[in-house]
Design a protein around this ligand. Structure first.
Ligand code: EPU
Length: 303
């Protein structure tokens, strides 16, 4: 979608919002799939209410992009624009056991920064790509931990109320890859309360998690992490593997031969290739195990 309304465009510089016309979403997602549309980068959180009023007045549809690491975006000319928060420097500040960070901060860098200051707990998240905000929304977790356990307070923009609000960690349900945030909530900043641990000990934990990940997951390849959630008491990856579906390919989309719940863009896969692969695998799992797999990857269809 192209933003053309001159009044709308003229209002953006005062709000400290940068306009990037025709931004490629393939270039901004870890799967490397997705068409293009105009992108607005928001440099000041307090511009959000005015920006949302402008978007509503102009009747412009939009989506909100975090780090793009758990996202499958449709191909072609997309019928909505994309909003994204700019990163702020410094991304993390510390006060005792409380680490305050920008939602746009890189998750991995945040984990290592906290570790260097003797704050642990997030070792399992090392190697999970994306932003802190994205990790919060999905309640990212691995190796027995989840980010939600450490949330003391979150600052977010609640689109439905057109205002910035603060929520205590205890006000939010953090479940397996699911949270009680509203659809229009935009994470802005978070305070995590982290356990004190000596850096050496945290580093040891990080090394172990890195090693486990390296030995079981296809890193450095274009993926969105696990494509399906694990059904209660079962492993999606194991079921897909047991059906012999590793390597199954539709166009350039394929099931990883290393971990069967990772689907890769092995070249120039389209969203359609990936969606057809997802549907085929889901059908096979349903037929063999009577289990309906639910996608963990977030889908942004054009229509
Ligand atoms: N397995 C197979 N074949 C495979 C993959 C896995 O037999 O191709 C078996 C493994 O041998 C193991 C079991 O299935 O016995 C579980 O596999 P794994 O330990 O790799 O964990 P997972 O349940 O597949 C989950 C998360 C990952 C997270 C790891 C480590 C989900 C959907 N996935 O994977 O998170 O990194 O545990 O804690 O919850 C993600 O969310 O994107 C993600 C990658």
């Amino acid at each position: 979608m192209k933003l053309t309304d001159p009044q709308f465009l003229a209002a953006l510089p005062d709000l400290d919002v940068a306009h990037i016309p025709g931004a490629s979403l393939a270039a901004r997602t870890s799967l490397g799939i997705g068409g293009s549309t105009d992108l607005l980068v928001i440099r000041r959180h307090d511009s959000l209410p005015a920006l949302f009023t402008l978007l509503q007045q102009a009747g412009v549809a939009f989506r909100f992009l975090g780090g793009g690491s758990n996202l499958l975006v449709d191909d072609g000319d997309l019928p909505w624009i994309v909003l994204q928060l700019a990163r702020h420097d410094p991304e993390v500040t510390l006060e005792g056991n409380i680490a305050t960070m920008d939602a746009a901060a890189d998750l991995g860098r945040t984990v290592t920064f906290c570790a260097k200051h003797d704050l642990g707990g997030m070792e399992g998240l090392i190697g999970v790509p994306g932003t802190v905000g994205g990790a919060l929304r999905m309640n990212a977790g691995a190796y027995g931990m989840q980010i939600g356990s450490y949330v003391r307070e979150i600052q977010l923009y609640r689109a439905a109320e057109r205002r910035i609000i603060f929520l205590r960690g205890s006000d939010i349900n953090f479940e397996y890859r699911h949270t009680s945030f509203a659809l229009g909530d935009i994470m802005l900043a978070v305070k995590l309360e982290l356990p004190s641990k000596p850096y050496r000990e945290i580093l040891q934990g990080i090394r172990i998690c890195n090693e486990k990940r390296r030995s079981s997951q296809p890193l450095n390849q274009k993926s969105a992490g696990c494509i399906f959630k694990n059904p209660p008491g079962a492993s999606a990856g194991r079921m897909i593997d047991e059906l012999g579906l590793k390597g199954l390919q539709v166009g350039d989309a394929c099931v990883s031969s290393r971990h069967a719940n990772f689907f890769l863009n092995a070249g120039h896969a389209t969203a359609d290739d990936m969606l057809r692969l997802i549907a085929q695998v889901r059908d096979r799992v349903r037929a063999a195990f009577g289990v309906e797999l639910e996608t963990e990857v977030i889908l942004w269809p054009a229509h």
